[in-house]
Design a protein around this ligand. Sequence first.
Ligand SMILES: [Zn+2]
Length: 461
Amino acid sequence: MRKGTWLLLLSLVGSALDAQERAQDRRRWLGAGQQVSDDPRRVPESPAPKGPDGVTVLRGGRIFDGTGAPARPGTLVLQRNKVLQVLEASSTNWPRDARVIDVTGKTVMPGLIDLHTHLSYIEPPISTDENPTDPDAALRAAERLRFFIESGITSVRDVASVGNVPFVLKRWVARNAIPGPRVFAAGQLLTARGGHGADGTLVKVDGSVIERTGPLEWRLAVRDLFARGADVIKVASHFSRDEIRAAIDEAHALGLKVTCDCETSYIQVAVEEGVDMIEHPLPRTDETIRLMAQKGVEADPTVYVYTYFFGRFGGGYFGSTSRRFAFGDSANVQVLKRMKDAGIVMGIGTDLIVDWFRSLPLPYINELKYFTQVGYTVPEALIAATRTNAKLLDMDDRLGTLEPGKLADVLVVNGRPDEQLDDLAKVDVVIRDGWVVVEGGKVVVPRHTPTPAPPNWRPKP
Ligand SMILES: [Zn+2]
């Protein structure tokens, strides 16, 4: 073999090894064509068919497919839980027995994704007989899932909830046993003793935080979360350099991304140590932003909710030992703009705590409006909410656009959200994993189909 060919082969092997070391490329470990579950851990799954029987057709609408193409008249054809085809508006090339939904005059688009939820956080006021028990947390979260799905949000990434609640919800939604968006779960967030969420001065998040000390404990905490079903690891300041390094190293070895809610200089440390994403628009230096861009660290800014915080609390979390800064509305938006100008990939998350989910879909729409304030066009903001968010979930080969083979997560809006973001509030139909979960703007739960009773249960004639 000629020397040049060897060099080419060596460089290909080298790049393949490099690629394997990146958490984002873990889907390749299983090889092309391998059936994998629709969660970012990419564990093998049964090839049994998913979603409802047959074909569902959305005809008469305009398709905003999330790829960057402008909205166009077209017909979306779904088969079981996948997108089968996007047809020209004039085509009627679908099976006779398909379920046809008339969406004339409406916009058909990929389901929205929310990268930052806390499905089970306490909702004040809490009475003494409503302690934050696990059953209570699970029911709170189940109620919240309905608000998200009715807002056209077909996937949420939950970045701290009580105990195993988010993992249980994920399984129940995946079985289509309760209405809601797909749940990608971090489980509990990981911080040091008295760190964010454990310092007692913020909203009580009992049961949603793990406090650990030293790199070995941080590494073990990541392994425990993985074993319980974590799709992503969420860490929060404060931490030592050794601790966050151990957590990131272990998560990446397991094929998980790490996202960090950290204040001030901790952001720089997290970025230096290889974190994948930073939450919130918290203060950061130009040096940190430059390093984020250079290392491809992504951002989930959650600007709207912080604007609310700063407006309400006057620019800071006074008295908090895990939020030691003052900040304001304009600086908050400036962080978003500085990150955009640096070329950092950013997604849409709401971080709705206490009872703020009850305002949905407004907070989600407001987050998109902040993106347009700093230079995104309206279609670009919608792509951040769909295609980019899918990429940040490491799910862009399955979610985020309406293309053949993608999972059937679809939002139908009675308006033109790609021209007018407020139209996103006019949710008509929501389909998750091929199942029509929302019709006419509200959750529809079909009557159960009774299974035949075993023979010995039948009364004797
Ligand atoms: Zn949060």
